[in-house]
Structure formats: C-alpha cells, structure tokens
Design a binder for this molecule. Structure first.
Ligand SMILES: [Zn+2]
Length: 336
C-alpha cells in the first residue's frame, strides 16, 4: 500500500492540474474581454444574491452606470429589460423587475445582466434562489362541456390562443407604468394563484391568476397606466382585456360582464375599464386578474407588494413577502 501512495498522489495532482486548467479555460471563455477600465472579470453570482418564491416579483437594482445606454438581463432564457430610476438623494441606477414564473423549478439560477455603453458592454452576474411556494389544490366540478371541449370548442380555443399570442407578441418598448399599482376591484381575494386544479376529477393547468370575488357589475379598474392591446370574448376567459404596460409587462382581466375600452385605447391607473361578470368558464361573478412579466406568470398581488411604491427605496437585495401558507380552497368562493 505504501508503495502505491506516491503514484496515487501524482495521479491526484495531475487530475487537480487538469481541473484547474479547465476552470481557467472555462472562465476565460465566459469572461473573454476586459472592456471597462478598473474592473476585473466577474465570477458568477458575485454582483448580488436574490431570493423569492414561485410567482413572486423581485426588484433588481444596478447602481451607478449613469453612462449606460442599455441594461438588459437574462434569467432562465427570459429577457428582463431594466429601466432608469431616479430618486432624490440617491445615486442613479437601473431597476429590473424579475418575475419568477409559478412553475419555475426551485433551485439557484443566474441572472446575467448586460450593461451597454455605446459599443462596449460589461456583464454582471447575480444568483437568484427560487424557492417553492405552497399552492393550494382545488377540486372543481363544472359542466362537462366546459372541461372536455368538443372538436369545435377545441378548434375555437386554439384559434383564440393564437390571436392572443399574436396581439402580445411585440412588447411596447417604453415603460408606461409608474410605481403605484391599484387593486382592480374591491372584493374578496381568493388566494388561489398557482393552485393545482382538478376539474371533474382530471388534473388541469394550474390557475395562472388570482380570483377576486365581487358582485356582478362591480367596477374593474386598470392596475396601472398602459395601452389596451386586445379585448376578447373567449371560450374560457369570457369577456376580457389585456393591457400592455410596456417592457413586457401585461395584466389581464377576465370573465367581465362589460368591456368599457377598445383595442389601442390608452388607459391610466384606476381608470374603470370594465365590469365584473361570470362570462366564459366561471361558476359565479368574479374578476380573474392575471399578470405576465417578461413571460413569467406571477402573482398579481406581488405588484401591490412592490417595495418602491409611494417612493420607498427598493432594497438592493429583495425578497417580496408572501403568505407562508396557501389559503384553503374553501376560502375561495369563486372559480376560474
Ligand atoms: Zn381565475
């Protein structure tokens, strides 16, 4: 055994050498050029750590960079545009709203941020820990025809999906919203964002928004400034409105009894855009409120929790609080 030890050690050292060389090669291929003076090549995640649960919105801040012409992040193949943020008495910086999709797998992922200054670019790297949210499980009983679409219904549904996709394909390049969000209707929040749905005994897509119970005809307000991208009357969503708030941020309002805006209308925060109803696949009057943020389906109430509303400084490392436990399905009087 003693005789073989040096040989084993040599093999071990040689493996270590190879690993080190490989690491250096990999790092230099990831960070090939030194573009900005006085900066050093960054290692992954060295610029900050963030954490949040599935369905939450994180506020990511890039300080300084006053000369930057564009700041853009990439997270799980989704593009996160950053916007300039000015606050009295604070250094200028860029803010990005990072949406964690309700079905992003728990784990740690990189948020890579590119800061462009004319022809030059530098990379920042953040680690984002995605934590599991406890979503409710809902058992729903609906008329068979509303769960199992016949051929005609399935064709209609497909065409409607395509229409919406086309309408939302191009994000407005301007940020239209401001930092104060409005709850669209005064009502009972059912807490079923992200819930796993069993319809007539069959597992279906999780619930991608929040349902707010309110009387038929209650006024529904736009949560923030934006442009009405498309109004619909679709098989599942019923009468609905999609508002584009700019930079890939959309809100949706479904099951309305009345739509009071038209495609292309500019709306402001708090403006009444429709009335609560039970159109489409709904078992009673309520508003289905949904949010898509750069492709991520997030809990709409995380907008109301954003730490920069009313001029409050966003923390550089933010975790948006959310209820620890998902409410029981019994607490949700309304569906779909
Ligand atoms: Zn719903």
């Amino acid at each position: 055994m003693m005789m073989t030890a040096p040989k084993q050690m040599r093999a071990w050292i040689s493996r270590l050498d190879r690993t080190l060389i490989l690491a250096v090669v990999l790092l230099s291929s990831v960070f090939p050029v030194e573009l900005f003076s006085n900066t050093h090549p960054a290692l992954k995640g060295v610029d900050g750590q963030y954490s949040g649960k599935q369905g939450q919105v994180l506020v990511v801040k890039v300080k300084g960079e006053e000369q930057a012409t564009e700041v853009k992040g990439t997270f799980l193949k989704r593009t996160i545009p950053f916007f300039r943020e000015f606050r009295p008495g604070e250094p200028a910086g860029y803010i990005g709203l990072l949406g964690i999709d309700m079905q992003d797998e728990p784990g740690t992922y990189e948020l890579a941020v590119e800061v462009k200054q004319g022809e030059q670019a530098k990379q920042l790297s953040f680690n984002v820990l995605v934590a599991k949210e406890k979503f409710a499980v809902e058992h729903l009983t609906l008329p068979k025809a509303k769960v199992d679409l016949d051929e005609k219904g399935a064709t209609r549904w497909k065409a409607e999906q395509q229409l919406v996709q086309q309408a939302l394909a191009e994000n407005s390049r301007l940020k239209l919203w401001h930092s104060n969000f409005v709850e669209p209707v005064n009502g009972k929040r059912s807490g079923i964002f992200g819930s796993v749905r069993i319809m007539n005994g069959q597992p279906r897509n999780p619930h991608n928004g929040e349902d707010i119970g309110a009387p038929l005809g209650a006024e529904v307000a736009a949560t923030n400034d934006g442009i009405v991208r498309i109004t619909v009357d679709h098989i599942f969503s019923g009468k609905g409105i999609f508002i584009d708030h700019g930079l890939g941020f959309y809100t949706m309002y479904f099951h309305l009894s009345e739509v009071l805006v038209k495609d292309g209308d500019l709306v402001t925060a708090g403006q009444i855009i429709g009335k609560v109803g039970a159109t489409g696949r709904a078992t009673g009057p309520h508003l289905h409120w949904g949010v898509k943020l750069n492709g991520a389906r997030v809990n709409p109430y995380s907008l109301l929790d954003l730490p920069f509303k009313n001029g409050v400084t966003p923390p550089t490392t933010a975790t948006i609080p959310s209820p620890e436990t998902a409410p029981t399905p019994e607490a949700a009087p309304v569906r779909e």
